[in-house]
Design a protein around this ligand. Structure first.
Ligand SMILES: Cc1cc2nc3c(=O)[nH]c(=O)nc-3n(C[C@H](O)[C@H](O)[C@H](O)COP(=O)(O)OP(=O)(O)OC[C@H]3O[C@@H](n4cnc5c(N)ncnc54)[C@H](O)[C@@H]3O)c2cc1C
Length: 404
């Protein structure tokens, strides 16, 4: 099988790159082992920490992936937002000024975009409601009401807490592993459960206009939150659960569907394990299921350690598929013993040239690009730029391929 471009990945970087290619008339296939780090998402997309992220990135050194994007970051941010929205991932926020999203631990994290319907704050010091009911399914394992309540109280919100159950959830509680976010969200997709939950909200939230729930409102359906708001007349907001994150999974599924609807092909459950070269360019890759794919261009969007693109061996950090050149601290320097300090391993990744072409043995491979978390030169946690780097480098790579 032959495509214009074959992308190795399956996360935010692979999907944005793939969508941009196919909607510009290129044929593209995504080869993916499976779940991406979107399954850990707090429902937010970080561009860079600081009140004004676009200004903050101007000061970055040349090793940072953003520095290879030149002055395009604002346009890339607009294009990334547009693609998310086209895919049905409704967002709030803009790149001019960060806002804050409440994470599962109750902490407020700066971000450029967040998924619509979540608890957010403009300035990190206040919310636009003064009292709220936190309503959580009884026996739910992925959400700690107390973290969220404590955080809301610090923001001067008067908080009440209540648990709820539904006949279907009572049955699920017989097996504690069933009380996880995806299973609960699937249950809440059912019309009879939406109506039952609406009655519970109306009963429990008599004294308040705002109800906060774990982000488990709808898995296949996108209208669960709006239906509940309509029926109850209350403002309903959500906070992401501990992983697996229903919001992140929904975003991944929506982007996948969009890529496929536009003509892209996904080889799901296929790990790229081998490749061949022809005159200094990649000719084919072969997957763990024995499928060989040829293409004019290849994109490595295989993520960092957690995604599977990088591995740390006793001998050092390596890129798994192509053995690309890696920029990384010595193995003994990969971690900082201070748990909350910036962890050096997070800035490890592959070396690329100015167009994100992957360096192997000191040479840029003409038709092999890298994008997303596999890249070196930035720390997604310390800088709050994981999603931004994934999406913007993916779009820059797609643009280079389209214009060639
Ligand atoms: C725990 C956690 C929470 C995060 N939360 C947030 C957040 O709330 N907001 C935010 O902005 N950023 C967050 N980030 C950062 C952000 O999610 C990532 O930086 C970004 O999504 C990376 O996307 P990616 O596509 O480059 O890589 P990944 O998401 O890692 O995806 C890599 C993909 O490649 C596939 N793959 C790997 N090797 C192969 C192979 N050989 N063949 C086929 N497929 C392969 C994997 O299966 C996976 O699907 C978080 C990161 C982590 C780890």
């Amino acid at each position: 099988m032959r495509y214009d471009t074959v992308i190795i990945g399956g996360g935010l970087a692979a999907l944005l790159c793939g969508i941009e290619l196919v909607r510009n008339g290129k044929s593209a296939a995504i080869v993916t082992t499976g779940h991406s780090t979107l399954h850990f998402s707090s429902g937010s997309f970080g561009l860079y920490n600081g009140a004004e992220p676009l200004k903050a990135v101007e000061a970055l050194g040349e090793e940072h992936p953003y520095s290879k994007l030149g002055e395009n970051i604002e346009q890339l941010a607009a294009k990334a937002t547009e693609i998310l929205n086209v895919a049905g991932v409704a967002t709030i926020g803009d790149a001019e000024a960060n806002h804050y999203i409440m994470t599962p631990t109750g902490a407020l994290r700066q971000c450029w975009l967040s998924m619509e319907g979540m608890v957010t704050s403009k300035d990190g010091k206040s919310l636009d409601f003064s009292d709220a009911l936190i309503l959580c399914p009884e026996g739910f394992l992925d959400f700690y009401t107390q973290f969220v309540a404590d955080s809301l109280r610090r923001l001067d919100v008067e908080v009440a807490e209540a648990l709820f159950s539904l006949p279907e959830l009572v049955i699920r509680r017989n097996n504690p592993t069933e009380m996880r976010s995806v299973a609960v969200a699937r249950a809440l997709d059912k019309e009879e459960n939406i109506l039952a939950l609406a009655s519970i909200i109306s009963r429990e939230a008599k004294a308040t206009q705002t109800v906060i729930m774990p982000a488990v409102l709808g898995f296949e359906r996108t209208d669960v939150l709006s239906r509940l708001e309509k029926i109850t007349g209350k403002q309903i907001l959500t906070v992401a659960t501990l992983p697996p994150s229903v919001e992140g999974i929904k975003a991944e599924r929506a982007l996948r569907r969009t890529f496929e609807r536009m003509g892209g092909v996904i080889f799901n459950g296929h790990t790229a394990t081998e490749y061949t070269m022809d005159e200094g360019a990649v000719a084919t890759i072969t997957t763990s299921k024995g499928v060989t794919l040829a293409a004019n261009d290849f994109v490595l969007a295989s993520g960092s350690f957690i995604g599977g693109g990088l591995q740390a061996l006793r001998s050092g950090v390596t890129e798994v598929l192509f053995g690309a050149d890696v920029v990384a601290p010595e193995v003994t320097e990969l971690t900082n013993r201070e748990l909350f300090a910036a962890q050096p391993f997070m800035s490890a990744g592959i070396a690329t040239d100015a167009q994100f072409k992957v360096m192997v043995a000191g040479q840029a491979v003409e038709n092999l690009y890298g994008c997303g978390a596999v890249l070196a030169g930035y720390n997604p946690v310390k800088e709050g730029c994981g999603a931004g780097v994934a999406m913007f480098t993916a779009l820059a790579v797609a643009e280079d391929i389209i214009n060639r």
